[in-house]
Design a protein around this ligand. Structure first.
Ligand code: HEM
Length: 419
């Protein structure tokens, strides 16, 4: 759970402080302030543009190994190359530099650990990797493992900034082994994130129109009506996943590199030792999952879609794997959205209709997502000739949920939110 503390304040919309003690005002921030404070943009949503960032030359040896990750895994030289590195350098002071470094070090960690699938998995990562990775993760409020922010949000590059934001014009900067499918998988998520961008302004507008004293029904309907179109665009991109990654390739080759460690799960039931960190006590980490995307969590928070029990717990835990600013944005929206309460009280049918269309659209996205999970995990996992070196994640997601039951419940919760 984000470690936010409430501070006094009137009408329940008082100030809160984030985990670093930075004040987050009552829900009256302008869109520009929101963009600046929470690292979001109307243009690209939660994506972070950092393809032009140049790290200090001391990190070049790390970059070179990460750029050739597939080759270094295939020729089994990655571990040897990593242990020879010197990690005793200051981490960058700026956020984008830190994110780039986190990305490089977490891709390296993934290759280092999962080089042989579940066979012969090392119990630790060396100090030269563990120490800078821990420092940079702490600075960003991220976990020291390959997660959504580094793998997706900060891992894209436009070939031509004047051309459309689509598969043809994008590259992933780093990728796990798994051939072209690995890059396509990343880009599918990148483009889905970008298609979400218009929802940010729409949700902020809808919150303003439904705030106490404002009660602007026409504005609220107009803002809410943007959301179903956004979700349709996200599904449209999701449909293209099959053009570049097939389910067997995803299951057999790719998924293992997004896997976490610890929490009693083989092959690292006690977790991973980050040498030189925390007296070498092993740490448990959830693997990378789009459950760490802020998109659906923001929709839930703004529209008042709630989850209970294990679903709630897992989704809040996933916020710990988001960038600190994105986590704070979730808290800000949860605390200040009055949309659902307003819709429950209104007598205006158009408002209710617009709200329910948003809920249906979120449910449909979750329904489509379940279909894809079935196609990309459940079916390939039941093949006799499946890769038997990835059995630990056969029956669960990389985020470690028993996914079918979990996703079904999350979808059901969405449906139940209709007014
Ligand atoms: C073939 C592609 C995909 C597969 C196999 C997949 C698999 C999964 C699994 C197994 C979970 C359960 C949590 C876990 O244990 O990791 C999950 C959750 C989730 N996934 Fe995906 N996923 C895929 C693509 C996407 C995409 C493109 C998005 C869009 C952002 C997405 C968004 C989510 C969200 C938001 C959750 C949390 C549950 C929710 O809020 O509905 N996934 N995914």
């Amino acid at each position: 759970m984000p470690k936010n503390r409430r501070k006094g304040g009137k009408s329940g919309l008082g100030r809160i402080e984030n985990e670093q003690g930075v004040k987050m005002d009552s829900g009256t921030l302008s869109l520009e302030q929101i963009e600046e404070r929470f690292l979001v943009s109307r243009r690209n949503g939660f994506l972070i543009a950092c393809s032009d960032v140049k790290l200090d030359r001391c990190w070049s040896p790390f970059e070179e190994i990460a750029e050739q990750l597939t080759k270094n895994v295939e020729n089994r030289l990655i571990r040897q190359k990593i242990v020879e590195l010197n990690g005793d350098h200051d981490i960058p002071e700026d956020k984008l530099g830190q994110l780039c470094l986190h990305k490089i070090l977490t891709f390296l960690t993934s290759g280092y650990i999962w080089m042989d699938g579940e066979e012969k998995v090392p119990q630790s990562i060396p100090r030269c990797l563990a120490v800078p990775l821990t420092r940079v993760s702490d600075a960003l409020g991220l976990k020291p493992i390959l997660s959504y922010s580094s793998m997706i949000l900060a891992n894209w590059q436009l070939q031509d900034p004047n051309e459309p934001f689509d598969f043809r014009n994008l590259n992933a900067m780093y990728q796990t082994p798994g051939g072209d499918g690995a890059e396509w998988f990343i880009l599918t998520h990148v483009i889905i994130e970008q298609r979400f961008a218009p929802a940010i302004e729409a949700l902020v507008d809808a919150m303003r129109c439904s705030s106490e004293g404002r009660e602007d029904d026409v504005g609220l309907v107009k803002a809410l009506n943007i959301i179903p179109g956004v979700l349709k665009e996200m599904i449209k991109t999701f449909k293209q996943i099959k053009n570049g990654v097939n389910p067997e390739q995803f299951y057999d080759e790719l998924r293992i590199f997004y896997t976490g460690w610890g929490n009693g799960k083989a092959p690292l039931p006690d977790g991973l030792v980050y040498e030189g960190v925390d007296e070498d006590r092993p740490k448990s980490m959830k693997g990378g999952s789009a459950a760490q995307s802020t998109t659906l969590q923001i929709l839930d928070a703004a529209l008042g879609i709630t989850h209970e029990g294990e679903q709630k717990e897992f989704l809040s835990e996933m916020r710990d794997y988001m960038l600190r600013e994105h986590r704070d944005f979730c808290t800000y929206i949860s605390r200040h959205s009055n949309i659902k309460r307003y819709v429950e009280r209104t007598k205006d049918n158009e408002v209710r209709k617009a709200y329910n269309s948003c809920i249906n659209a979120v449910r449909d996205f979750r329904g489509y997502h379940m279909m894809k999970v079935n196609e990309y995990i459940r079916k390939p996992a039941s093949r006799k000739d499946r890769n038997k070196h990835v059995e630990g994640i056969k029956d669960c997601g990389t985020g470690s949920t028993p996914y079918l039951e979990f996703l079904h419940q999350v979808k059901q919760d969405t449906d139940m939110s209709k007014v």
